[in-house]
Design a protein around this ligand. Structure first.
Ligand code: B12
Ligand code: SF4
Ligand code: SF4
Length: 398
């Protein structure tokens, strides 16, 4: 455990235990953590142990099936991902937190129904969440340190080899939906997860055992690319989130039309979920949309120069995509948009673009545009609209 400058992994456990005994008992620590977590902007906190045996088997099955595609990092860390104490020696408990991210008054389904507009996954409209959540988790641990003295801890969000969803389910945050998301019956699934690994012997919470999905299969039916291959199992290679964010190189032809106007991530399996209507709006100003990314026109984003792209995506999760893949994704969106002279002109202006990747996607998009012009082909109804879904506007924050 490294986050505390003074507490070292090797001796943190012993010193923490004696310090803790001096000030608060573990149950009191857990109570305080819950109160502070709310003050720091988390909507939920749960505590669990390090036993992820069942999930190790699920993960191995997923990797053996090749569902991780090019995400080599998912296979790289051996058992560190499923055995927290191998990643951080001395870990006894994991504190799992939830942070809601949907800004108020945001339209989602309606934007999917407007094929000339770009759909950016709602988690990525504002500032990158990684730093913000890690900082708050560190503050949470430091508050406890002020009461009980040093102990070992380390904060994680997303990128480390951590089984965040499995830990959240075990800590009582929510259940694994058929779309593989962690859902909470009062809040849906549009939230981030984060964790504190710690060597404190905190009392554990009850896992979230009840599965509220019942007979519903909406997410599986409406996933545009058929990526939910079994209950709670995603073949990432088919998932639009993977295709637009993780994948390098060309987007396979078979998925391009199905991507519609989704240019960064995908929320469909959450937008069709009946529990998404319980989404709570975030209070975090950092998650507010920047540069009208919640409703921008595809062609306007495509016309950003590279310096504009770098400027507009500073501090955003989109920046890591890079300009080349930004143009790749937007080309697919433009190919799927209704025919327009403006779109054709924008695409033609990039026909000689130095990157093979961009040129190939631009050519594809132009041929799609010409097909629609020549054949009068209609743009097919976006699935969510077909599904009769009205927009989901987040309720008051929890
Ligand atoms: C790799 C990854 C992806 C990949 C692969 C997705 C996947 N399902 O694995 C891609 C790029 C496709 C992706 C997409 C998205 N992701 Co992602 N992703 C991750 C990451 C880094 C690892 C996930 C992982 O371990 N996958 C391996 C598989 C095997 O695990 P799993 O999908 O959780 O599957 C579990 C279940 O199948 C379960 N299981 C299987 N059978 C059974 C049976 C029973 C009975 C039970 C109980 C459980 C069970 O066991 C598996 C292992 O625990 C995590 C962060 C982290 N470090 O955990 C974020 C994370 C899961 N992603 C997140 C988000 C927000 C998304 C997107 C919504 C982003 C977007 N809008 O585009 C989409 C949603 C796609 C989807 N439906 O899953 C959030 C999820 C928050 C939540 N509420 O659940 C996380 C936790 C990041 C964060 N810190 O908030 N993601
Ligand atoms: S994020 Fe989109 S493509 Fe991926 S599983 Fe969900 S609905 Fe399917
Ligand atoms: S859409 Fe239905 S099946 Fe899918 S996660 Fe939501 S409740 Fe479960």
């Amino acid at each position: 455990m490294t986050t505390s400058k003074t507490a070292r992994a090797e001796n943190a456990s012993a010193s923490a235990s004696s310090d803790a005994a001096r000030a608060l008992d573990p149950a009191e620590m857990a109570d305080k953590l819950r109160i502070w977590a709310r003050e720091l902007g988390f909507q939920q906190l749960g505590i669990t142990d390090t036993d992820l045996d069942a999930h190790e088997a699920y993960l191995n099955r997923w990797l053996e099936a090749g569902y991780h595609g090019e995400m080599d990092y998912m296979a790289r860390h051996g058992t560190k991902r499923t055995r927290p104490a191998e990643l951080e020696p001395g870990t006894l408990r994991i504190i799992s937190v939830r942070m809601d991210y949907l800004p108020p008054e945001i339209e989602s389904t309606r934007v999917l129904g407007q094929p000339e507009r770009a759909y950016v996954a709602r988690y990525a409209l504002g500032r990158d969440y990684h730093k913000l959540i890690r900082k708050r988790l560190t503050q949470l641990a430091q508050k406890l340190q002020q009461e009980i003295g040093d102990f070992g801890f380390r904060a994680f969000v997303d990128s480390a080899p951590v089984m965040e969803r499995a830990l959240a389910q075990k800590a009582g945050i929510g259940w694994f939906g058929k779309n593989a998301m962690i859902l909470n019956p009062q809040a849906g699934s549009l939230f981030f997860l984060g964790e504190l690994y710690t060597d404190l012997p905190l009392p554990v919470d009850q896992p979230f055992e009840r599965d509220h999905c019942g007979k519903c299969t909406r997410c599986q039916t409406w996933c545009p690319t058929g990526a939910i291959v079994d209950d709670k199992v995603i073949d990432a290679r088919r998932c639009i989130s993977y295709l637009t964010i993780e994948k390098h190189g060309p987007i396979p032809l078979e998925y391009r039309r199905a991507m519609g106007n989704r240019v960064f991530g995908c929320d469909d399996c959450q937008l069709v979920c009946p529990f998404t209507r319980f989404t709570r709006a975030t209070r975090e100003p950092d998650f507010a949309p920047r540069h009208a990314l919640d409703r921008a026109r595809l062609v306007d984003l495509f016309n950003w120069s590279e310096p504009e792209f770098l400027e507009h995506t500073q501090g955003s999760a989109i920046r890591r995509l890079g300009y080349e893949r930004w143009l790749r994704n937007l080309s697919v969106g433009l190919g799927n948009a209704p025919f327009s002279e403006e779109i054709v002109a924008a695409l033609r202006a990039r026909l000689a673009w130095p990157s093979d990747l961009v040129r190939e996607h631009v050519r594809w998009a132009l041929s799609e545009q010409y097909l629609k012009r020549d054949e009068g082909r209609e743009v097919s109804e976006p699935p969510l609209i077909e599904a009769g879904y009205s927009d989901i506007i987040a309720r008051a924050p929890a």
